[in-house]
Design a protein around this ligand. Structure first.
Ligand code: PRP
Ligand code: URA
Length: 209
């Protein structure tokens, strides 16, 4: 079974409170999502492999460590996942960015695919899927399957807020994918929105609705 890593850092909790608040406007919301994503990125990248190289300081030669291993690919789920890309790129500036377009049908709540553009070498990369909300888990489950169908072998899922139902669905469908979440909320309402959640992440980021 995959791991679920729930963040307990005070800065993340504080910033989450601000984005949950309905009075927080799009500009501040976007800035906060970027900041939370960077803070989460610190932990999401904790298991990256290191290798020793030899360098010369102004004093002497020494061995020191740099990141080795697989290259990273960030995969935001459109639209709302876009809000998390810059925050992650702050830590991983050389990462490639692939996009998966999915929206949730308002009647069936099932994900509908409308776009996909991924790095060619997706099978050689450590992929990090980004989406602020994990509600029923339908979108994340479909996105992971999408990447696996194209050869992906290493995938992590990063969400800001998850419902227990969404975590369970992803773990059941993809027990090899670890899930990083800033908060696990209570449950879903009848419209499959997360309670208390933050509303519609895409609309809050981009000022639509
Ligand atoms: C939201 C969110 C997730 C999805 C989560 O996107 O960003 O992708 O819903 O719900 P699920 O876990 O039940 O699938 P939405 O479909 O509203 O599209 P948008 O980002 O374009 O607004
Ligand atoms: N999508 C959102 O943007 N918010 C939710 O609470 C559920 C799905």
């Amino acid at each position: 079974m995959s791991k679920v890593i729930v963040f307990d850092h005070p800065l993340i909790k504080h910033k989450l409170t601000l984005i949950r608040d309905k009075n927080t406007g799009s500009k501040e919301f976007r800035e906060l999502v970027t900041e939370i994503s960077t803070l989460m990125g610190y932990e999401v990248t904790r298991d990256m492999q290191l290798e020793d190289i030899e360098i010369e300081t102004p004093i002497c030669k020494t061995k020191s460590q740099v990141i080795a291993g697989k290259k990273v690919g960030l995969v935001p789920i459109l639209r709302a996942g876009l809000g998390m890309v810059d925050g992650m790129l702050n830590l991983l500036p050389a990462a490639r960015v692939g996009h998966i377009g999915l929206y949730r049908d308002p009647e069936t709540f099932k994900p509908v695919e409308y776009y996909c553009k991924l790095p060619q070498d997706v099978n050689e990369r450590e992929l990090i899927i980004l989406d602020p909300m994990l509600a029923t888990g339908g979108s994340a489950t479909a996105a992971i399957q999408f990447l696996k169908d194209r050869g992906a072998r290493s995938i992590k899922l990063v969400n800001l807020i998850a419902a227990p139902e969404g975590i369970e669905a992803v773990q059941k469908a993809h027990p090899d994918v670890d899930i990083y979440v800033a908060a696990v909320d209570e449950r879903l309402n009848d419209h499959k929105y997360i309670i208390p959640g933050l509303g519609d992440a895409g609309d809050r980021l981009f000022g639509t609705k």
